[in-house]
Design a protein around this ligand. Structure first.
Ligand code: SAH
Ligand code: MG
Length: 213
Protein backbone atom coordinates (compact mmCIF):
# COMPACT_ATOMS: atom_id res chain seq x y z
CA UNK A 1 0.00 0.00 0.00
CA UNK A 2 0.92 3.68 -0.21
CA UNK A 3 3.32 3.16 -3.10
CA UNK A 4 5.22 6.30 -3.95
CA UNK A 5 4.17 8.21 -0.87
CA UNK A 6 6.30 9.80 1.78
CA UNK A 7 4.10 9.08 4.84
CA UNK A 8 4.28 12.72 5.94
CA UNK A 9 2.96 13.81 2.54
CA UNK A 10 0.16 11.29 2.86
CA UNK A 11 -0.78 12.68 6.28
CA UNK A 12 -0.64 16.21 4.92
CA UNK A 13 -3.06 15.37 2.10
CA UNK A 14 -5.35 13.42 4.40
CA UNK A 15 -5.50 16.12 7.04
CA UNK A 16 -6.22 18.85 4.50
CA UNK A 17 -8.62 17.13 2.11
CA UNK A 18 -9.79 13.81 3.50
CA UNK A 19 -10.35 14.05 7.23
CA UNK A 20 -12.43 11.14 8.48
CA UNK A 21 -15.39 11.66 10.78
CA UNK A 22 -16.26 9.16 13.54
CA UNK A 23 -18.31 7.01 11.15
CA UNK A 24 -15.45 6.54 8.70
CA UNK A 25 -12.90 6.13 11.47
CA UNK A 26 -14.98 3.38 13.06
CA UNK A 27 -15.31 1.20 9.95
CA UNK A 28 -11.79 -0.26 9.94
CA UNK A 29 -11.82 -1.38 13.59
CA UNK A 30 -15.33 -2.86 13.23
CA UNK A 31 -14.25 -4.72 10.10
CA UNK A 32 -11.11 -6.03 11.82
CA UNK A 33 -13.16 -7.17 14.82
CA UNK A 34 -15.39 -9.11 12.39
CA UNK A 35 -12.31 -10.75 10.85
CA UNK A 36 -12.37 -8.85 7.54
CA UNK A 37 -9.05 -8.05 5.84
CA UNK A 38 -7.69 -4.45 5.92
CA UNK A 39 -7.89 -3.88 2.17
CA UNK A 40 -10.24 -0.93 1.81
CA UNK A 41 -9.36 2.25 -0.04
CA UNK A 42 -7.69 5.06 1.91
CA UNK A 43 -9.24 8.41 2.86
CA UNK A 44 -7.53 10.33 0.05
CA UNK A 45 -8.94 7.82 -2.45
CA UNK A 46 -12.38 8.22 -0.93
CA UNK A 47 -12.09 11.96 -1.34
CA UNK A 48 -10.98 11.47 -4.94
CA UNK A 49 -14.10 9.38 -5.65
CA UNK A 50 -16.23 12.17 -4.16
CA UNK A 51 -14.62 14.91 -6.23
CA UNK A 52 -15.12 12.88 -9.42
CA UNK A 53 -18.74 12.23 -8.42
CA UNK A 54 -19.25 15.98 -7.95
CA UNK A 55 -17.57 16.78 -11.28
CA UNK A 56 -20.04 14.64 -13.21
CA UNK A 57 -23.10 15.30 -11.01
CA UNK A 58 -23.38 11.63 -10.04
CA UNK A 59 -26.64 10.49 -8.47
CA UNK A 60 -26.59 6.76 -9.24
CA UNK A 61 -23.48 4.73 -8.52
CA UNK A 62 -22.48 1.09 -8.77
CA UNK A 63 -19.69 -0.50 -6.75
CA UNK A 64 -18.21 -3.95 -7.43
CA UNK A 65 -16.57 -5.13 -4.18
CA UNK A 66 -18.20 -3.84 -0.97
CA UNK A 67 -16.07 -5.30 1.86
CA UNK A 68 -17.10 -3.42 5.04
CA UNK A 69 -18.61 -0.43 3.23
CA UNK A 70 -15.75 2.03 3.70
CA UNK A 71 -15.53 3.16 0.07
CA UNK A 72 -19.31 2.88 -0.12
CA UNK A 73 -19.75 5.51 2.59
CA UNK A 74 -17.49 7.94 0.74
CA UNK A 75 -19.35 7.33 -2.53
CA UNK A 76 -22.88 7.37 -1.09
CA UNK A 77 -22.24 10.66 0.70
CA UNK A 78 -21.31 12.25 -2.64
CA UNK A 79 -24.59 11.29 -4.35
CA UNK A 80 -26.94 13.64 -2.48
CA UNK A 81 -30.05 12.74 -0.47
CA UNK A 82 -31.86 11.42 -3.56
CA UNK A 83 -28.81 9.41 -4.62
CA UNK A 84 -28.50 5.67 -4.82
CA UNK A 85 -25.52 3.31 -4.53
CA UNK A 86 -25.83 -0.35 -5.46
CA UNK A 87 -22.85 -2.32 -4.18
CA UNK A 88 -22.07 -5.97 -4.95
CA UNK A 89 -20.12 -8.55 -2.94
CA UNK A 90 -19.99 -12.34 -3.16
CA UNK A 91 -19.12 -12.74 0.52
CA UNK A 92 -22.28 -12.77 2.66
CA UNK A 93 -20.30 -11.99 5.80
CA UNK A 94 -18.77 -8.89 4.20
CA UNK A 95 -22.20 -7.81 3.02
CA UNK A 96 -23.59 -8.15 6.56
CA UNK A 97 -20.81 -6.04 8.04
CA UNK A 98 -21.32 -3.47 5.28
CA UNK A 99 -25.07 -3.32 5.86
CA UNK A 100 -24.37 -2.44 9.51
CA UNK A 101 -21.88 0.22 8.36
CA UNK A 102 -24.46 1.88 6.11
CA UNK A 103 -27.04 1.69 8.91
CA UNK A 104 -24.70 3.41 11.38
CA UNK A 105 -23.79 6.02 8.76
CA UNK A 106 -27.47 6.88 8.21
CA UNK A 107 -27.11 5.77 4.59
CA UNK A 108 -29.20 2.60 4.63
CA UNK A 109 -31.90 4.32 2.55
CA UNK A 110 -29.38 5.33 -0.09
CA UNK A 111 -27.38 2.10 -0.38
CA UNK A 112 -28.41 -1.35 -1.52
CA UNK A 113 -26.00 -4.23 -0.86
CA UNK A 114 -26.51 -7.18 -3.22
CA UNK A 115 -24.89 -10.52 -2.38
CA UNK A 116 -23.53 -12.77 -5.10
CA UNK A 117 -20.85 -13.11 -7.71
CA UNK A 118 -20.66 -9.79 -9.52
CA UNK A 119 -20.80 -11.44 -12.94
CA UNK A 120 -24.02 -13.17 -11.87
CA UNK A 121 -25.59 -9.96 -10.49
CA UNK A 122 -24.59 -7.46 -13.18
CA UNK A 123 -26.96 -8.67 -15.96
CA UNK A 124 -30.01 -7.80 -13.82
CA UNK A 125 -28.84 -4.17 -13.62
CA UNK A 126 -29.27 -3.75 -17.38
CA UNK A 127 -33.01 -3.36 -16.76
CA UNK A 128 -32.49 -0.42 -14.38
CA UNK A 129 -31.69 3.25 -15.10
CA UNK A 130 -28.06 3.80 -16.18
CA UNK A 131 -25.34 4.61 -13.66
CA UNK A 132 -23.34 7.85 -13.49
CA UNK A 133 -20.37 6.29 -11.73
CA UNK A 134 -18.93 2.77 -11.36
CA UNK A 135 -16.21 1.85 -8.87
CA UNK A 136 -14.51 -1.49 -9.57
CA UNK A 137 -12.66 -3.04 -6.60
CA UNK A 138 -13.19 -6.83 -6.60
CA UNK A 139 -11.29 -9.84 -8.05
CA UNK A 140 -8.63 -8.53 -10.39
CA UNK A 141 -8.85 -11.20 -13.10
CA UNK A 142 -12.43 -10.13 -13.78
CA UNK A 143 -11.64 -6.43 -14.31
CA UNK A 144 -11.96 -6.73 -18.13
CA UNK A 145 -15.42 -8.28 -17.76
CA UNK A 146 -16.33 -5.56 -15.25
CA UNK A 147 -15.28 -2.98 -17.83
CA UNK A 148 -17.61 -4.55 -20.40
CA UNK A 149 -20.48 -4.34 -17.93
CA UNK A 150 -19.57 -0.80 -16.87
CA UNK A 151 -19.78 0.31 -20.49
CA UNK A 152 -23.19 -1.36 -20.84
CA UNK A 153 -24.60 0.09 -17.63
CA UNK A 154 -23.47 3.75 -17.76
CA UNK A 155 -24.66 6.94 -19.45
CA UNK A 156 -22.46 9.14 -21.68
CA UNK A 157 -20.34 11.33 -19.38
CA UNK A 158 -20.23 8.70 -16.66
CA UNK A 159 -17.06 7.92 -14.72
CA UNK A 160 -15.59 4.43 -14.40
CA UNK A 161 -13.01 4.13 -11.61
CA UNK A 162 -10.99 1.12 -10.53
CA UNK A 163 -8.80 0.38 -7.53
CA UNK A 164 -5.36 -1.33 -7.38
CA UNK A 165 -4.48 -0.88 -11.04
CA UNK A 166 -0.74 -1.02 -10.20
CA UNK A 167 -1.16 -4.41 -8.43
CA UNK A 168 1.41 -3.25 -5.89
CA UNK A 169 3.94 -2.98 -8.71
CA UNK A 170 3.19 -6.34 -10.35
CA UNK A 171 1.60 -4.54 -13.30
CA UNK A 172 5.10 -3.97 -14.74
CA UNK A 173 6.73 -7.23 -13.59
CA UNK A 174 6.78 -10.10 -16.13
CA UNK A 175 4.26 -12.56 -14.73
CA UNK A 176 1.73 -14.91 -16.24
CA UNK A 177 -0.85 -15.00 -13.46
CA UNK A 178 -4.50 -14.38 -14.27
CA UNK A 179 -4.69 -11.29 -12.06
CA UNK A 180 -1.75 -9.61 -13.80
CA UNK A 181 -3.06 -10.57 -17.25
CA UNK A 182 -6.52 -9.32 -16.30
CA UNK A 183 -5.27 -5.99 -15.00
CA UNK A 184 -2.99 -5.44 -18.01
CA UNK A 185 -5.92 -6.06 -20.34
CA UNK A 186 -8.10 -3.72 -18.29
CA UNK A 187 -5.57 -0.87 -18.33
CA UNK A 188 -4.78 -1.39 -22.03
CA UNK A 189 -8.46 -1.25 -22.93
CA UNK A 190 -8.93 1.93 -20.90
CA UNK A 191 -6.07 3.46 -22.87
CA UNK A 192 -7.22 2.28 -26.30
CA UNK A 193 -11.03 2.17 -26.27
CA UNK A 194 -12.24 5.11 -28.40
CA UNK A 195 -15.35 5.40 -26.21
CA UNK A 196 -13.21 6.33 -23.19
CA UNK A 197 -10.96 9.16 -22.04
CA UNK A 198 -8.84 7.59 -19.34
CA UNK A 199 -5.79 7.79 -17.16
CA UNK A 200 -4.26 6.05 -14.16
CA UNK A 201 -4.01 8.38 -11.19
CA UNK A 202 -1.00 7.66 -8.92
CA UNK A 203 -2.97 7.51 -5.68
CA UNK A 204 -1.52 4.75 -3.48
CA UNK A 205 -1.84 1.49 -5.48
CA UNK A 206 -3.10 3.27 -8.60
CA UNK A 207 -6.63 4.46 -9.35
CA UNK A 208 -8.00 4.25 -12.88
CA UNK A 209 -10.33 6.98 -14.06
CA UNK A 210 -12.21 6.75 -17.36
CA UNK A 211 -14.90 9.07 -18.67
CA UNK A 212 -17.41 7.45 -21.01
CA UNK A 213 -17.80 9.36 -24.29
N1 SAH B 1 -14.27 -1.34 -2.04
C1 SAH B 1 -13.97 -1.82 -0.68
C2 SAH B 1 -12.93 -2.91 -0.68
C3 SAH B 1 -13.31 -4.12 -1.51
S1 SAH B 1 -12.24 -5.51 -1.20
C4 SAH B 1 -13.46 -0.62 0.14
O1 SAH B 1 -12.55 0.06 -0.37
O2 SAH B 1 -13.92 -0.39 1.25
C5 SAH B 1 -12.80 -6.60 -2.44
C6 SAH B 1 -14.18 -7.21 -2.17
O3 SAH B 1 -14.58 -7.85 -3.38
C7 SAH B 1 -14.20 -8.26 -1.08
O4 SAH B 1 -15.17 -7.92 -0.11
C8 SAH B 1 -14.61 -9.56 -1.80
O5 SAH B 1 -15.47 -10.37 -1.06
C9 SAH B 1 -15.30 -9.02 -3.05
N2 SAH B 1 -15.26 -9.91 -4.22
C10 SAH B 1 -14.20 -10.63 -4.68
N3 SAH B 1 -14.53 -11.32 -5.79
C11 SAH B 1 -15.82 -11.01 -6.05
C12 SAH B 1 -16.74 -11.39 -7.06
N4 SAH B 1 -16.40 -12.23 -8.05
N5 SAH B 1 -18.00 -10.88 -7.03
C13 SAH B 1 -18.36 -10.01 -6.05
N6 SAH B 1 -17.53 -9.62 -5.07
C14 SAH B 1 -16.27 -10.11 -5.06
MG1 MG C 1 -8.85 -2.59 -3.65
Amino acid sequence: MNEGYNPDVQSYVRDLFAAEDDILRGIGPAAAAAGLPPISIGPEEGRFLQVVAAAIGARRALEIGTLAGYSGVWIARALGPEGKLITLDNNARHAEVAARTFERAGLAGRVEVRVGGALDLLPALAGEPPFDLVFVDADKESYPAYLDWSLKLTRPGAAILAHNVYLHGDIVVPDGTARVAGMREFNRRLAEDPRLQSTLVPLRDGMALAIVG
